[in-house]
Design a protein around this ligand. Structure first.
Ligand code: AMP
Length: 135
């Protein structure tokens, strides 16, 4: 599949549509997932165009995982979950729905199932407040 320059994350990176930003540097950006699977669910992306783990250069993957570690630390500090899941999906069959590579950083609680993937939109004011705390 060819990379779609107008996918939603490419547009967020270009600043064409807003996001609840947590962190940004030259290579990466991190923001709140608008349909969180748990409170504090964040996304981390390399800025370079690449739809999945196969088409993203290793240096960009490395930059993204560095930012994912930073964001996971912030999530741990702010939400104090007992566990944090870092996930990255490749292909529709794996559940990928936005075709610009990204890592999910999701707080996890013992005995609590993960919320449904990309199902319900969260309150924007709540997401903005969470992003501020994580920043
Ligand atoms: P995936 O299914 O792994 O491709 O994940 C895509 C994620 O992006 C889902 O968890 C969606 O809830 C999330 N998402 C979709 N549109 C936006 C958006 N505009 N801002 C933030 N997160 C988004």
């Amino acid at each position: 599949m060819a990379y779609d320059n107008d996918n939603i994350f490419a547009r967020i990176i270009r600043g064409e549509i807003p996001c609840h930003r947590i962190h940004e540097d030259v290579d990466t950006i991190a923001f709140m997932d608008i349909m969180p699977q748990a409170e504090g669910h964040a996304l981390v992306l390399p800025k370079i165009a690449g739809e999945d783990v196969f088409s993203t250069p290793p240096e960009s993957l490395a930059a993204a995982i560095r930012t994912a570690q930073l964001v996971a630390r912030a999530v741990k500090q702010v939400f104090a979950p007992p566990g944090i899941m870092i996930a990255q999906l490749n292909g529709q069959a794996a559940g990928q729905s936005v075709f610009h590579l990204h890592f999910h950083v999701i707080p996890r609680y013992a005995g609590k199932d993960l919320g449904i993937h990309a199902a319900a939109q969260a309150d924007p004011a709540k997401l903005a407040a969470q992003a501020e705390r994580l920043r």
